[in-house]
Design a protein around this ligand. Structure first.
Ligand code: SF4
Ligand code: SF4
Length: 424
C-alpha cells in the first residue's frame, strides 16, 4: 500500500511539480490565504505543510544532488504508512482545492494543483475518507456520487413538467445542447431543471437531457483518481457525440466545470467534437443576444458568492455580474469579491466527507464573516449547487438565517414574460 502511494506520488512529480517544490521560499503568504489556517490558526493547515509526504518522497528519490546528500545523511527517510495516514485528513479534509494559495504565491507555485497530485497517490493506495469511498462506489454503479438513477431523474423531470407546463426533452438525437446536472441539483434543487426549461423555451433553444449522461460531477477529480476522472468524462463525451450535440452545458457546479472543460480533453487525450459551456456563460450569451430579455427586477438586497472553480480557476468573472445587474436592482458585492473571494469551505470533495464537518463549519465561518460585513442582505446568490449545500448546512450549524438561491433560478424568475407553453 505504502509502495503504491509512493510510486504514484513520484510518477506525479513531473518537471512542473519538481520546479514548484524547488521554488518555494517559505514566505508563508499561502498560509494567510488559506481559510482552514485563517479559521484555526493551526500551523498544520499551512498549504505547504499539507504537501509534506510528496516533499519527503521527492527529496529522497528525485531531487537534484540527492546522491551526494545521501552520503552526508541529508536525505530524508522513506515515507511510512503511518505518516501517510497521519496526513490523510490534511489532504482531504483541509483542502478544497480552492486555489487561493496559488493566487497569492509570489513564486507562482500551483499549490492546489500539487495537492491534487498528492491525492493521486492516496487514491491509488486507497487511503481516502469513507464519504468519498462511498461516492466512488455509487459512481461505479450509476455514474452519480449520490446514486441517482435514470428512473429518479425521469421522476424529477416529470414533476418539473407538471410545475412549468413545459415538455422537457429527453434523449433527443440531434439537439444542439446537452444539459448536465449535479446529483445535488437533481435531488435537492430539481426546480433548476424547470428553470432551464423556462429559459430555453423562451430562447427557442434545441436542447436535451440524456438518461445515459446526466451527471456532471466528477468524483475522480475530487478523490484524485485520474483513471476514474477520465472514465466519467468519457461517458459524457461518448453520449454527446452519439447524440450529435454542438454544446454540452456544465451546470451550476464548480468542480464539474473544471473537470470537463479544462481537465477533460487532457484526461481522455483528445479534443471534443462539441464545445463545453458553463450554464452561466450560456445564459449571459443568450441575454446579450436578446433571446432572454430581463423583466421586472428583484428588488431585494442580494449579494453574489464566487465559487472558486467557476470564478478564480474558471475565469467566469463578468458573466454572473452582468446577469445579476440585469436581474436585481440592489446587488451588493461582498468584500474581497471576485477572483480572491473566499471558498464556501466545502469544495474539492470536503462536503462529501462527513469527518470534515466541524472543520468545514469553521472555514465557512470565515466566509460568513465576509457576508455579514455587508450589514444585512436578503439573500445570497450562488451559482454552484455544492456551495449552496455547504451554505445551507453552515448557516444551520451557526444558527443564522439567510436565503440561498441559484443564479439560474434568479434569471428564470426575472425573465421578461412567461415562455410559451409547449403543445401537449
Ligand atoms: S506562498 Fe509560495 S513561496 Fe511562499 S510559502 Fe507558500 S508556496 Fe512557498
Ligand atoms: S487550495 Fe485553498 S484550501 Fe487548499 S491549501 Fe490552498 S488555500 Fe487552502
Amino acid at each position: 500500500m505504502t509502495n503504491v502511494a509512493i510510486t504514484t506520488l513520484l510518477n506525479q512529480t513531473d518537471s512542473d511539480i519538481a520546479a514548484y517544490l524547488e521554488a518555494c521560499v517559505h514566505c508563508g503568504e499561502c498560509a494567510e490565504a488559506c481559510q482552514f489556517y485563517e479559521s484555526t490558526r493551526d500551523p498544520k493547515y499551512t498549504p505547504t505543510f499539507k504537501l509534506a509526504p510528496l516533499v519527503k518522497a521527492y527529496k529522497r528519490h528525485k531531487a537534484p544532488l540527492r546522491g551526494i546528500k545521501k552520503i552526508f545523511g541529508l536525505v530524508p527517510d522513506e515515507v511510512t504508512e503511518d505518516e501517510l495516514r497521519e496526513w490523510e485528513p490534511l489532504i482531504y479534509d483541509s483542502c478544497t482545492m480552492c486555489g487561493r494559495c496559488t493566487l497569492v504565491c509570489p513564486m507562482g507555485i500551483d499549490i492546489a494543483g500539487t495537492i491534487r497530485k498528492v491525492r493521486e497517490g492516496y487514491a491509488a493506495a486507497d487511503i481516502v475518507p469513507d464519504g468519498l469511498k462511498q461516492a466512488r462506489v455509487n459512481v461505479e454503479k450509476t455514474s452519480s456520487p449520490m446514486g441517482v438513477t435514470p428512473k429518479a431523474l425521469l421522476a424529477q423531470i416529470k414533476h418539473q413538467e407538471e410545475d412549468t407546463g413545459l415538455k422537457i426533452p429527453v434523449d433527443v438525437q440531434g439537439a444542439d445542447y446537452l444539459a448536465l446536472f449535479s446529483s445535488h441539483e437533481i435531488m435537492a434543487s430539481p426546480e433548476i431543471i424547470g428553470a432551464y426549461a423556462r429559459i430555453f423555451a423562451k430562447a427557442g433553444l434545441s436542447w436535451t437531457i440524456s438518461t445515459e449522461a446526466y451527471e456532471a460531477t466528477n468524483v475522480g477529480v475530487q478523490i484524485g483518481s485520474g483513471p476514474l476522472a477520465a472514465k466519467l468524462v468519457q461517458r459524457v463525451v461518448d453520449e454527446a457525440e452519439r447524440l450529435g450535440v454542438k454544446y454540452v452545458i456544465s451546470p451550476e457546479c464548480g468542480h464539474a466545470y473544471g473537470a470537463i472543460r479544462w481537465a477533460g480533453p487532457n484526461l481522455i487525450g483528445r479534443t471534443f467534437d462539441f464545445e463545453v459551456l458553463h450554464i452561466i456563460e450560456l445564459l449571459d450569451r443568450l441575454r446579450r443576444d436578446g433571446l432572454i430579455p430581463a423583466g421586472k427586477k428583484d428588488e431585494r438586497r442580494l449579494t453574489l458568492h464566487d465559487p472558486c472553480q467557476i470564478v478564480r480557476r474558471g475565469g467566469l468573472l463578468k458573466e454572473p455580474r452582468r446577469l445579476m445587474d440585469d436581474a436585481c436592482s440592489n446587488f451588493v458585492e461582498m468584500p474581497g469579491a471576485g477572483i480572491a473571494n473566499l471558498c464556501c469551505g466545502g469544495g474539492g470533495g470536503v462536503s462529501a466527507n462527513q469527518r470534515a464537518e466541524e472543520l468545514r463549519t469553521k472555514a465557512f465561518g470565515v466566509k460568513l464573516d465576509q457576508i455579514e460585513k455587508l450589514g444585512g442582505v436578503d439573500a445570497v446568490v450562488i451559482p454552484c449547487a455544492n456551495c449552496r449545500g455547504v451554505f445551507e448546512d453552515g448557516l444551520f450549524d451557526l444558527d443564522r438565517e439567510l436565503e440561498v438561491i441559484g443564479l439560474g433560478e434568479l434569471v428564470a424568475e426575472t425573465l421578461a414574460d412567461d415562455p410559451p407553453k409547449a403543445a401537449e
